[in-house]
Every structure is written in structure tokens, then in C-alpha cells.
Design a protein around this ligand. Structure first.
Ligand code: NDP
Length: 487
């Protein structure tokens, strides 16, 4: 099958002859051939998005909201089909795609569909005059996605953008080109004008074309810090608006009074969900020295029970990494950890068989790894690995752990486990991170803003906070008296 662009309401191979093969990470077998968009395709997408924008911005918020809500229902009605596509494309367990990926995309459409009619400005009384503000759409917005949560990322960007009256051109990662097209189809069937949500396929060259295009008003990226810097610099030449959701090396701090079972559950969720390919992961797990050994014993025991294997099996708990190249990169980090003196407590190898004895040697599978005897200065404790590699570090005092947790250029997330409510808040308030949890980890409800401090990003996704990143505020002064003039 040839996978294509979705431009002006229809699938099209576009005008380029260049294609690439997209692989299923569980077997490294080809899934489909994908057409790389060229400049002509981008022009077609921009032209169609501009046309859709004129129609869409003239609609009322309630009308826009109805389309988003209907698209959410369409996604939910196709939950199993889209979840399977996502699992084949990303390698994540079907239990996750069913429970999280598609539902979280639908949640975003429902949430922003629900508030579209309530996006409004303010009235300001000025005695003999008054003023009011209008949050106006920006125009054509471009979304550029990472490969770990393809449909969720597409929907987290499209939902607020469209609710605010913009149109969007979305470029999925070249490694996961499939499910953004399902979202595009859902919008069309829900009554969106053709071109409201276009999908262009390709690698970073296509992303760069979107960043540089003078008719595109805003770029929203989910990706790595290095790509974020390139996009920020590219957008600066035209002073485009930018939202950046980037990587991290987040701390998860577990105090001596924490419920250890819950803390171990959270540490596993924070490192092994989606094979550890999650931006907000708490990969530096700081554990108070008093409970260090019992924490580590439970963590090792439960990690070794994770059911790794065939992603489409509903019993599977951990699937395949996105690509061979990514698996090799993670393996290099594991070797770096070992050679720098950390102890690999478990995992870190490529298993031949899965938990039901099936041969998985051709896929990108890696047993979840735990490092202990770690030091903050080790590469594995400083760099984002983006795989199932957890480093456990011990600490003695609150002040010490806060300082160590903040000693990173990143600031996406942080977690604290304690039963002392005052300490929980006190510590979280001192952590330099945009998305924090007390006594849980990696829960991202659509109602709460999501985004990073420091080099982990710019702007916020989700919640009411996202509205300001997809609108521009116009102030209008209305005179009720005479013009006072010195002339
Ligand atoms: P990349 O930064 O490699 O790619 C992200 C997207 O940017 C891809 O679509 C990519 O295209 C595109 N791109 C690459 N170069 C350019 C360029 N010069 N101009 C415009 N676009 C470009 O990230 P990954 O896809 O490897 O995803 C992993 C990273 O994403 C991790 O660092 C992770 O932390 C982060 N992430 C952040 C999240 C957040 O919300 N904060 C959530 C999920 C992931 P292509 O790859 O097709 O070449």
C-alpha cells in the first residue's frame, strides 16, 4: 500500500516521486511505502489551508465545536482499528493504544470542542469610553510531530488550533505516518471544510519547509531539544509564533515516608510505559537512603515480571522500540552506564523470545533496564535516553535532592512521593519543571496544562492555557464622548 498526503480533503500521492518504506518495529517488516512531500505539495497544502481558514474563521465557536466533538465520536467509534494501526506503526502494546492513545486524542477534541463556544475577550469600562478584546485566530498553523504518540500529538495540536478558528497542516514523524491520516478523515467526515487539517508526509526537510513558509503563522513542535532549537531559530527569521514540547531528564523523588508499593508502581510507569519512549519520563529516580534497599528489591522483582513481547497481544505490557537505529542508540547508553561504573541490576539485553515463548529476535525488543550505583555526573543520568532505562540514585536530605534534581538544562516534569502533605508541596514548588505530580507520575489529563521549563520547551498544550498559544489578542477602544485634542 502507498501512504500519502491528505490535502484539501482527500488522499493524494502528491507530485514527488521520492518515497520511503515504513517498518513495523516488532518484526522490521515493511508496512507501507510513503510519499515524501515536495515544495509543490506544500504549496498545495498551504493554498488549501488558506481557503479553509477563511471559511472556518467565519463560523461561530459553537459550529466549530460541533465538528470537533463529532470527530471525537468518530475516533472513538474506530477505537480498535486505529489502536491496531498505532500499535503496528509504533510497536507499543495494543493494551496501551486502546486505553490511552486514541482515547486521549478524542479527549482533546471533546475538551476543545466543548470550550470553542466560550472563547471570548474581555470588556473594560473606561468611563466615557470602553474597550474590549478579541482573541483572534493566527491563520495557518503547522504541527510537527514525534513518533511516540502519533495520533495523540496530532490531536493535542489540532484540537486547540481548530477550536480557536485556525487551520492546520500537520507533519507526522516519518517513522509513524499512519494515524494522522485517520484524524484527517475523521475531521472531513465530521463536516470540516476541505483543507482545514492537511497532512504532509516526510522527514525533517518537510518540517523545515513548513517552518520557512511565509504564509504559515505558527509552528508547534513535539520533538527533541536539538530540533526545537533549529525550529526556534528558523521561526525567528519571520518572528513566527512557536510552541515547543521537547525532551527531558526528569527527576522522580521518593521520600522515606512514601508508600513503597505505589512509589515502585510510579517509577515503573515513569520509565517503562511505551518502552520508555515518553518525553516526561522520570528517568532519574532519587530514593531516600533509609528505604533504598527495599525499594530496589521490589523494583527489580516487579520489573522482571513485565510481559515483554508481541505488541498486538492484549496480554503484552511492553512492546518494541521504534527502530533498529534507536535500539542501538539505547544500547550505547547502556554500555556507557556500565563502563562509567554503574551496576546494571537487570535487563538491558535483546531477548530472543517473548513472555509466551514466541520468537521476537527480528524485532527491536529490549528488556527493561535498571541501573544502580549511579552518580549524577554519569552520561546515563544526564542525557535523555528515550528508552526503558531507569537510574536509581540515593539521597539523604530534602535540600540536597532538590538541588540535584534541578541540576539539569531540562525542566519538563518532576514527581515527588511522600505522605507528608506539606513536604510534597514544598518540594514541588522548588522543582524547576513545568509538569509535576505528587504521589503519581505521567498522568496527563487534558484539563491540565502540559509543557516544560528551561530547555524542555516553550508554551503549553492542553487546558485553557493552550488558547493563548493559538490566538492573538486584539484590543479595541470605543469612544463614547468627544475627542479631546490639543489642536
Ligand atoms: P525529532 O526532534 O527527531 O523529530 C521531531 C519532528 O521534527 C519529526 O517530525 C521530525 O521529522 C521533525 N524535524 C526534524 N528536523 C527538523 C527540522 N530541521 N525542521 C523541522 N522539523 C524537523 O524527535 P523524535 O521524533 O525523535 O522524538 C523524540 C523526541 O521528542 C524526544 O526528545 C522526546 O523527548 C520528544 N518528545 C517530547 C514530547 C513533549 O510533549 N514534550 C512528547 C514526545 C516526544 P522526521 O523525524 O520525520 O525526520
Amino acid at each position: 500500500m502507498v501512504y500519502t498526503q491528505f490535502i484539501d480533503g482527500a488522499l493524494t500521492t502528491g507530485s514527488n516521486r521520492e518515497t520511503w518504506i515504513n517498518y513495523n518495529p516488532a518484526y522490521n517488516t515493511p508496512l507501507e511505502e510513503v510519499c515524501q512531500a515536495n515544495e509543490e505539495d506544500i504549496e498545495a497544502a498551504v493554498h488549501s489551508s488558506a481557503k479553509a481558514f477563511r471559511i472556518w474563521r467565519a463560523k461561530t465557536g459553537a459550529e466549530r465545536g460541533r465538528v470537533l466533538t463529532k470527530a471525537a465520536h468518530i475516533l472513538r467509534s474506530r477505537l480498535e482499528k486505529i489502536a491496531l494501526l498505532e500499535t503496528q506503526d509504533v510497536g507499543k502494546p495494543i493494551s496501551e493504544s486502546l486505553a490511552v492513545d486514541v482515547s486521549s486524542a478524542a479527549d482533546a477534541l471533546e475538551y476543545f470542542g466543548g470550550i470553542a463556544a466560550s472563547i471570548h475577550g474581555e470588556y473594560v469600562d473606561l468611563k466615557n469610553a470602553f474597550g474590549y478584546t478579541r482573541p483572534e485566530p493566527l491563520g495557518i498553523c503547522a504541527g510537527i510531530g514525534a513518533w511516540n504518540y502519533p495520533i495523540q500529538i496530532a490531536a493535542w495540536k489540532a484540537a486547540p488550533a481548530l477550536a480557536c478558528g485556525n487551520s492546520m497542516i500537520f507533519k507526522p514523524s516519518e517513522l509513524t505516518p499512519v494515524t494522522a491520516l485517520e484524524l484527517a478523515k475523521a475531521f472531513m467526515e465530521a463536516g470540516a471544510p476541505p483543507g482545514l487539517f492537511n497532512v504532509v508526509q516526510g522527514d525533517g526537510r518537510v518540517g523545515a519547509m513548513l517552518v520557512n513558509h511565509p504564509s504559515i503563522a505558527k509552528i508547534s513542535l513535539t520533538g527533541s531539544v536539538s530540533t526545537g532549537k533549529k525550529i526556534f531559530a528558523g521561526a525567528a527569521s519571520q518572528l513566527k509564533k512557536v510552541t515547543l514540547e521537547l525532551g527531558g531528564k526528569s527527576p522522580l523523588i521518593i521520600f522515606e515516608d512514601a508508600d513503597i508499593h505505589n512509589a515502585v508502581s510510579a517509577a515503573m510507569l515513569a520509565n517503562f510505559y511505551t518502552q520508555g519512549e515518553v518525553c516526561s519520563n522520570g528517568t532519574r529516580v532519587f530514593v531516600h537512603r533509609q528505604i533504598f534497599n527495599s525499594f530496589l528489591t521490589q523494583l527489580k522483582e516487579r520489573t522482571e515480571k513485565i510481559r515483554l513481547g508481541e505488541p498486538a497481544d492484549p496480554d503484552t505490557q511492553m512492546g518494541a522500540l521504534i527502530s533498529k537505529a534507536h535500539m542501538e542508540k539505547i544500547t550505547r547508553f547502556i554500555n556507557s552506564g556500565k563502563s562509567s561504573g554503574a551496576t546494571l541490576l537487570t535487563g538491558g539485553f535483546q531477548p530472543e523470545k517473548d513472555f509466551k515463548g514466541r520468537d521476537i529476535s527480528s524485532g527491536n525488543f529490549l528488556a527493561p533496564a535498571i541501573f544502580t550505583d549511579c552518580d549524577d555526573s554519569m552520561e546515563i543520568c544526564k542525557e535523555e535516553i528515550f528508552g526503558p532505562v531507569l537510574s536509581v540514585l540515593s539521597f539523604d536530605s530534602e535540600e540536597e535532592v532538590i538541588e540535584r534534581a534541578n541540576n539539569t538544562p531540562y525542566g519538563l516534569s518532576a514527581g515527588v512521593f511522600t505522605n507528608d502533605i506539606k513536604r510534597g508541596h514544598r518540594v514541588i514548588h522548588q522543582l524547576q519543571a513545568g509538569t509535576c505530580w505528587i504521589n503519581n507520575y505521567n498522568i496527563t489529563p487534558i484539563e491540565l496544562p502540559f509543557g516544560g521549563f528551561k530547555q524542555s520547551g516553550q508554551g503549553r498544550e492542553n487546558s485553557l492555557a493552550a488558547i493563548q498559544y493559538y490566538t492573538q489578542l486584539k484590543s479595541v477602544y470605543v469612544e463614547l464622548g468627544n475627542v479631546e485634542s490639543p489642536y
